[in-house]
Write a protein that binds this ligand. Structure first.
Ligand SMILES: Cc1cc2nc3c(=O)[nH]c(=O)nc-3n(C[C@H](O)[C@H](O)[C@H](O)COP(=O)(O)OP(=O)(O)OC[C@H]3O[C@@H](n4cnc5c(N)ncnc54)[C@H](O)[C@@H]3O)c2cc1C
Length: 436
């Protein structure tokens, strides 16, 4: 069988099949499994990329029935039952009896893709390292800026999107500016940085409910984040961002370093599957699957995780893990000649987001927690789901260094990271043709 993707869905599906009598081929366009919830810590210099992105091949090294292929899937032929992937040179065609598609999501700029040049999203290690380059570079450029009227433009950071990713990002840039970089510069005072968190919605972390949203908003204000709600972004360029405020007035925020955390849409493989099978897509391009997570009319093809639309389930890690394990279980049952077609039941284990060091919000069942207890809970849960003992150990060390102390061990940036987007464009990688 073939699994597409090495994120939560792809990895957990493959692992769940370790004792099944199948040969599993996992095809993914990166060589690593990625723990996306901690990308913002790579971007802000707390963690190293390898801590949240261990090599898939290494994770699966003891699983004898699994092999890993690098390549971007460009075509799924539902009739011939083959998956075509494109590694750097040539194409590979892999046949399957059963297929699990866990290709996830990509940032969505709601039709304004040109915004991506100036406000990268946060979905990949490339994105996080580029963002790290942009953040630290902004402080360096501010230090060098001869024109005092332009210094503040370098020291204004704008994050678009007040969901968990945007809040975590804004909170960490604030801590970086106000704590970590203290005393590091001679011409500028990093604590005079302005960190703006923008959203069109009326509240921060709206999905956590009014009480936790209020607590998060107050904490953000305490650590110096300027939260601006009811703001519609209408334009983004190299030196600023234009918004329409609640009264319909157009305003500009001068800022070089901006980040987009406002939305995602499903992987383009979803549209391709829908076109080939007649399945419907929801408004963000996710494939509407049957209750057992299969593609309608194709009981041998499962779509799981962020690419799956079922029962209005959110695009979160637990949905990906549980739907992937469900798909693996159905395949295993079929091989053992047991009844299949069981409905997928999601068990909501809650959600959490950090706002600053020692402060998080958590919503688990009926429990609503904010502040230090929620932060401890966040810490433990994230450690549990990080893959690999060594990664957990070094992550704890880095967290101690950054949260108890005020250091950031991973401040290395390279010219390639700062120029990442334009460098990739020049090689044609970013304008690669969409899947056939
Ligand atoms: C910044 C950020 C923070 C988040 N924070 C949280 C959080 O705190 N809690 C939470 O529960 N969830 C969080 N999420 C959401 C969670 O990470 C996703 O729901 C989860 O990763 C979905 O898993 P998936 O396997 O469906 O997709 P992904 O994990 O995105 O994996 C998709 C995989 O498919 C591969 N792929 C894509 N297209 C192709 C192709 N054409 N060919 C080959 N391979 C392909 C990718 O390389 C990747 O390996 C966060 C997401 C982000 C981006």
């Amino acid at each position: 069988m073939v699994v597409i993707g090495s994120g939560f869905g792809g990895l957990f599906a493959t692992r769940a099949l370790r004792r099944a009598p199948v040969e599993v081929t996992l095809v993914a366009k990166t060589t690593h499994h990625l723990f996306q919830p901690l990308l913002y810590q790579v971007a802000t210099g707390i963690l190293a990329a390898g801590e949240i992105a261990p090599a898939t091949r290494h994770i699966l090294r003891h699983q004898r029935n699994a092999r890993v292929l690098l390549g971007e899937v460009t075509n799924i032929d539902l009739e011939a039952r083959t998956v075509t992937s494109a590694p750097a040179n040539g194409t590979t065609v892999t046949p399957y009896d059963s297929l699990i598609v866990a290709a996830g999501a990509v940032p969505s700029y709601f039709g304004n893709d040109r915004f991506a040049d100036h406000a990268p999203g946060m979905k990949t290690i490339d994105d996080a390292l580029e963002m790290r380059g942009r953040i630290f570079e902004a402080f360096e450029q501010a230090e060098l800026e001869p024109d005092p009227s332009l210094v503040q433009r370098w020291l204004t950071f704008v994050v678009v999107g007040a969901g968990p990713t945007g809040v975590e990002m804004a909170g960490q840039i604030a801590e970086l500016a106000h704590r970590t970089l203290k005393g590091n510069f001679r011409n500028i005072d990093p604590s005079r940085s302005r960190i703006v968190l923008l959203d069109a919605a009326p509240s921060v972390l709206g999905s956590f409910g009014e009480r936790l949203s209020g607590k998060a908003t107050r904490e953000l204000a305490d650590i110096g984040v300027d939260v601006q709600l009811g703001m519609n972004v209408v334009d983004i360029d190299a030196t600023g961002i234009d918004v329409l405020d609640g009264t319909g007035q157009r305003r500009r925020i001068e800022s070089v370093c901006k980040m987009w955390a406002a939305g995602v849409s499903a992987s383009p493989l979803g549209a391709q599957l829908a076109a080939a099978s007649g399945a419907k897509l929801d408004r963000v391009g996710r494939v509407e699957v049957d209750p057992d997570c299969t593609l309608p009319g194709h009981p041998d093809v499962f779509v799981v995780g962020d690419l799956m639309a079922l029962d209005d389930l959110p695009g979160v890690a637990q949905v990906a893990i549980q739907s992937a394990e469900h798909a693996a279980d159905q395949i295993d049952r079929r091989l053992r000649g047991e009844e299949i077609g069981h409905r997928f039941h999601y068990k909501d284990k809650g959600s959490m987001a950090t706002v600053s060091r020692f402060h998080a919000v958590a919503s688990v069942g009926r429990l609503r927690l904010a502040g230090f207890p929620a932060w401890v809970m966040w810490l433990v849960v994230h450690l549990l789901y990080l893959v690999g003992f060594k990664n957990r150990l070094t992550t704890v060390l880095h967290w101690t260094h950054s949260f108890v102390g005020r250091g950031r061990a991973e401040r290395v940036t390279t010219s390639q990271q700062v120029l990442a987007r334009s460098a990739l464009e020049s090689t044609g990688r970013l304008s690669a043709a969409p899947p056939e």
